[in-house]
Write a protein that binds this ligand. Structure first.
Ligand SMILES: C[S@@+](CC[C@H](N)C(=O)[O-])C[C@H]1O[C@@H](n2cnc3c(N)ncnc32)[C@H](O)[C@@H]1O
Length: 210
């Protein structure tokens, strides 16, 4: 067995035993990531009946499921991803690359000038394991999500973004600090301890544009 296939086998083995993977299967959620949003929402109370939510990097749809359930029939939930997302009752789903203008235009058309209450982004590039390649790609997605949030959120709205600690994240925090009244860093228990993943939240959007 090569070193790479050994570590993939180990990953698969760990994944199959992971408490959140098992829980997601038992409770009918599409991803272990669902529990990260549960924790975020439990702490910050962002998803309420009637909330308008944009979920970026939504596949396979774990976060979207939670948003639909919590926001109810008066809410409006749009999920977007590069990958297919199995249909989900109560959510509008867009397949496309968020970095492309035409996909952004499609999202804006679906929103139809609705002020957005909450942007959640769990987008992550395919990680190569080489930080000097992965980090700029991850930061680029984060910057685009932040720019989108600042142009669509209603004043008072909120943003939750996955970031990977490292180069460029402090600059993202600075933009959030300038545009939102509250900046918070949160590492859910469901986020693997050894991962550099962290969720950065901006709450109480000031209403200005970057
Ligand atoms: C960690 S997964 C999201 C899991 C999701 N929150 C859930 O609960 O099921 C990250 C997602 O980001 C998506 N992604 C990465 N780059 C993207 C891009 N440029 N446009 C749209 N989605 C992207 C990936 O396809 C992947 O499905």
């Amino acid at each position: 067995m090569t070193k790479k296939s050994k570590s993939s086998a180990q990953w698969l083995n760990d994944h199959e035993k992971d408490e959140y993977v098992l829980r997601a299967r038992r409770e009918g959620y599409r991803s272990r990531a669902s529990y990260k949003l549960f924790e975020i929402d439990e702490k910050f109370g962002l998803l309420r009946p009637g909330t308008v939510v944009v979920d970026l990097g939504a596949a396979p749809g774990g976060w979207t499921q939670i948003a639909v359930n919590k926001c109810g029939p008066k809410g409006f939930v749009v999920g977007l991803d590069l990958l297919d997302i199995e249909p989900l009752e109560g959510a509008m789903l867009i397949k496309g690359d968020f970095t492309e203008e035409k996909v952004l235009a499609e999202l804006m058309a679906v929103l139809q000038d609705r002020p957005v209450d909450l942007v959640i982004s769990d987008m992550a590039p395919n990680l190569s394991g080489m930080r000097e390649i992965d980090q700029p790609l991850a930061i680029y997605l984060t910057e685009l999500a932040l720019e989108f949030a600042c142009s669509t959120l209603r004043p008072g709205g909120a943003l939750v973004m996955k970031c990977f600690e490292g180069s460029g994240v402090d600059e993202i925090r600075e933009v959030i600090r300038n545009n939102f009244k509250q900046l918070t860093n949160f590492k859910p228990k469901a986020s693997r301890g050894k991962s550099r993943e962290i969720y950065v939240l901006g709450r109480k959007f000031k209403g200005s544009s970057i």
